[in-house]
Design a protein around this ligand. Sequence first.
Ligand SMILES: [Zn+2]
Length: 73
Amino acid sequence: MAEVASLKAEARWRQIPKHAQQAILANVWCTSCRKGYPVSDFVLTEDGDVVVIRAHCTVCRGEVARVIEDESM
Ligand SMILES: [Zn+2]
């Protein structure tokens, strides 16, 4: 399970349907690979009003981040 850095971010993440969570985690843009890849070891953080997932690319192990917009909540 994810490490939780922010309870508020986790609460918002939990509002997302499971299938949508899976879809998000299965395709996070990696700037090193220049492609969307599945991620692992994700952490939920907040940046102002948005939730940001910080994780590691499963291909190059580099750090990746994805902002979760309100419309995907
Ligand atoms: Zn990568």
